[in-house]
Design a protein around this ligand. Sequence first.
Ligand code: ADP
Ligand code: ZN
Length: 527
Amino acid sequence: MNDTQPTTDASPRYILEHTFGYTEFRGDQQAIIETLVNGQDALVLMPTGGGKSLCYQIPALARPGCGVVISPLIALMQDQVEALTAVGVAAAFLNSSLDYQQAQTLEAQLLRGELDLLYLAPERLLQPRTLELLSQAHISLFAIDEAHCVSQWGHDFRADYLQLSCLHERFPSVPRVALTATADQRTQGEIARRLDLENARHFVSSFDRPNIQYRIAAKNNPKRQLLQFLNEEHQGNAGVIYCLSRNKVETTASWLQQQGFNALPYHAGLSAEVRAEHQRRFLREEGVIVVATIAFGMGIDKPDVRFVAHLDLPKSIEAYYQETGRAGRDGEPATALLLYGLEDVVKLSQMANTSEGSEEHKRQERQRLDAMLGLCEITSCRRRALLRYFNEELAQDCGNCDTCLTPPVTWDASDASRKLMSCIYRTGQRFGAAHVIDVLRGADTEKIRQFNHNQVSTYGIGSDLSANEWRAVVRQLVVRGYLQVNAEAFNALQLTEQCRPVLRGEESVQLRTLPKAAKATGKPDSG
Ligand code: ADP
Ligand code: ZN
C-alpha cells in the first residue's frame, strides 16, 4: 500500500480530475457525492456502466476515514482494488484469500488510518470480529454495492444482505449508500425498507442505453443465426453469449472454437482457476467471446464488449436488461441479440412452477416471465417497452431496435388459431405442442396411431403451414394468454377463457410472420 494522500481537504471535483483523470461528472454523480460528503444517506439506481463506483469512491476520499465497500463478488473487489491502487488510492480488500499475516497487516493499517477504501464481502463484514474492528476504526462511509441482493424476489438474493441493516444501528453517524443497477420499483422499495434507507435521498437515473441495439428473434436455426450474426456484424469483437445450462455453454463454446472463434466457456461448474483464467483472458485479450450461464458478468467492467447474445430466454426483463447492459459500456454502438423459442417458454414456465418458495413467489416469477415474453412478442418499439417496464417513458420510438428498423409484418392468423384451438380441444387438452402440431399436419406417427388421433376431425387440417410456422403460432398464443402450458401434465397445451371469442369468430388474431428462411424448415431445430 502506498502513502496516504492528504485527501481530507480535497474537493470532489479535484479528486475527479486529479485522481481519476476525468473532466466531468456524469448524470447524478455530483449530487450523489455531495449528499454523502454531507453525511447523508443515499439510494442509487443507475444502469450498468453508468458510473456507480465513483459515487462512493470519491466521497470516501473526500471525507476523513476509510470507506467500507460491501460487495458480493471477490473477483470484482480484486479488479477494483487493482484499478484504485494503480491511480494511487490506498485501497484493499479483506477476504478469505488473505492469509493470517496479510489480514493482520491490513487491520493494523486500517486502525492507523492509512486506508482510503476497504472492500469486504457481506459475510466477512458481519462477523463479530470484523464489526468490532470497524468500530475501532474511523469509517467515512458504507457503500453497499449490488444492493438488489437484498431482494428475495430477485435472482441474486443473498441472505447476508438482510443483516446489513445492523450497520445503521451500530454506526448511526456514518453515511450509507446502497447502489444497484436493478430498477424496478418493487426492488427499490425493498432495498429502502430492508436496509433502513427510507430517509435516504433516492437517485434514479435514466435506464436508457441508446447505443445498444435491441433485437429479438424467433429461434429457428440458432447455430446458423448466431454464425451469421458473428460473421456479418461482429468479426473479431469481444462479446458474451448467454445460455441457460452448463451443458449448452460447453457445447456452444466448443462448436464456436471449431468455427474459428476465440470462445471460452464460463459457468459455476468449472473450477475457480479456470473461471478466473477465462475471465482474465476476456478482459485482457482482444476479441474473446465468453459463452456463459448467468454466473458470468456481475460487476465485470469491460468497456468494449460489442455484443451480448442470448441463446435462451432470460427469466425476467430485469435479467435481460442487466445482461444486455454489459454491452457497449464505452458508449460505442453495440448489439443485444436474443433468440427464443417455444421450448424456452415451456422450460421456464416449468422452472417457475416447480421452483422452491411460496405460491406468491411462484406467481411473481410467472409474472416476470410473462413480461419478458411480452417484450419478445411486441410489434412496437422494444426500447420503449423495456423502459416502460422500469417506469420510464420515452418521448418517441427509438429508431435503434429491430421493430423500429424493420417493422414486423403481421398476418391474419384467426383461422390458423381456430384450427389449433380445436385440435387441442379434440385431443383432450392432454398433449404437448409437438404432438398437436403432428396431428394438425396429418403426420403418421406411432403416437398418433396409438391414440387414434388420425380419426379426429382436425387431423391434417393444418398441412398448409410448416411445423415451424405452427410452433410460432403456438408460442405467440401462449404468450398472449390464449393457451397455457400445463407443467403438471407433461406440458400439455390447454385452452384458456380467452379462446372463446376467437373460436366463436368474434375476435381476430394478428400474429407476426416468420422470416422466409424459417418458414421452409419443417423440422424444428432449437439447439
Ligand atoms: P457501474 O458500476 O455503474 O456499472 P462503473 O462505475 O464501473 O459503472 O463505471 C463504468 C465506466 O465508466 C468505467 O470505465 C468508469 O471509469 C467510467 N466512468 C465513470 N464515471 C465517469 C466520468 N464521470 N467520466 C468518465 N468516465 C467515467
Ligand atoms: Zn425502437
